[in-house]
Design a binder for this molecule. Structure first.
Ligand code: DAH
Length: 344
């Protein structure tokens, strides 16, 4: 029996030694130490032994069990450590791999132009005003000296929602709203960028939705000279110090006198396709605020005068960046938009 027990121990220890993973080790545990295992089996033969031999064999059986149990425990610790090491090796982060580039957006070219112009005017003491895109006929036309039935309303084909409500055709209604809101009826200096809408067929130079930037300055003693000086600063800032402006007489119902403003072409007057060989490019409409507009907003037109201007943001961006189709601003073509990325 002693022989058998020693034999079992040797067998078990070899199997423990060669167990490749925790599962195999557990199988060895179940096989040798389980209730129906070989050690128990051998001990069943104890009845045949003499009284002195029995306790000896009992002690030896316990020793064998103990030896097997501690060998299993030791092996288990080794295998567990191994498993952890293997997992760590598998999960090692390769810090030499290049990172994935993070895609960042950038400002739309129109936003850029608008913000640049806003900054310039804020620097000259203007504040930025806003008004509704769905506007009352009253502010879009009437308060700007364009009564119902006035022929000049045809200059701007409109999207009407009801008889009295329309999508604003220009940012000029913000002039009327701002002056009306000003309870002190004192000086006003605002710039107002915003979307406007007209019933136009879209093509390279027309869009049914576009952006305007309106300007308004009202105070005592504002003159045409102030308008010209302001616009000259504006144009030089946007297009370059070497640019000049010129004013041509024009007509807008809300200004008197009214002017069309041209900026000198980048060809320097030699003549090119952009200026159609005239050396000048038309960029905006402006004028001295009509006394009727001041009076309708509650201002004393004997005391106050003002100038106003309205400019197409797309037109400025097109001239500044050499863009030849207004639809590019609204079709979200990434090949176009990416050219304005500050990151590349
Ligand atoms: N509202 C005009 C338009 O959309 C542009 C304009 C012209 C605005 C003269 C003004 C101005 O404030 O004084 O065509």
């Amino acid at each position: 029996m002693e022989q058998q027990l020693k034999q079992l121990q040797t067998e078990a220890l070899t199997q423990i030694e060669t167990a490749a993973d925790l599962k195999q080790l557990n199988d060895v545990r179940v096989a040798y130490l389980g209730k129906k295992g070989p050690v128990t089996e051998v001990l069943k033969g104890m009845g045949k032994l003499s009284a002195e031999e029995r306790p000896k064999m009992g002690a030896l059986a316990n020793e064998v069990r103990g030896a097997i149990a501690s060998a299993i425990e030791a092996k288990q610790t080794t295998l567990e450590q191994q498993a952890i090491q293997e997992q760590l090796a598998k999960e090692t982060v390769d810090i030499t791999l290049p990172g994935r580039p993070v895609k960042t957006g950038n400002h739309h070219p129109l936003t850029r132009v608008v913000e640049e112009i806003e900054d310039l005017f804020i620097g000259m003491g203007y504040s930025v005003a806003e008004g509704p895109e769905v506007e009352k006929d009253y502010y879009n036309f009437e308060a700007l000296n364009l009564p119902k039935g006035h022929p000049a309303r045809d200059m701007q084909d409109s999207f009407y929602i009801t008889e009295d409500i329309l999508l604003r055709t220009h940012t000029s209604p913000v002039q009327a709203r701002t002056m009306e809101k000003n309870t002190e009826k004192g000086p006003v200096k605002i710039i107002c960028p915003g979307k406007v809408f007209r019933r136009d067929n879209d093509d390279a130079t027309h869009s049914h939705q576009f952006m305007q930037i309106e300007g308004l300055a009202v105070d005592e003693n504002i003159s045409m000279g102030d308008l010209k000086g302001t616009l000259e600063t504006f144009m030089k800032k946007v297009f370059g110090e070497d640019r000049e402006i010129r004013l041509r007489p024009s007509f807008f119902p809300f200004t008197e006198p009214s002017v069309e403003v041209d900026v000198s072409c980048m060809c320097g007057g030699k003549g090119c396709n952009i200026c159609k060989h005239t050396g000048w490019i038309e960029v905006l409409g402006a004028g001295m605020v009509h006394p009727n507009v001041l009076e309708m907003a509650g201002y004393d037109s004997e005391k106050y005068t003002g100038f106003a201007f309205g400019i197409g943001a797309e037109r400025i961006a097109m001239l500044k960046y050499g863009i030849d189709d207004i639809r590019l601003f609204y079709t979200d073509d990434l090949r176009f938009l990416k050219q304005f990325s500050v990151h590349e």
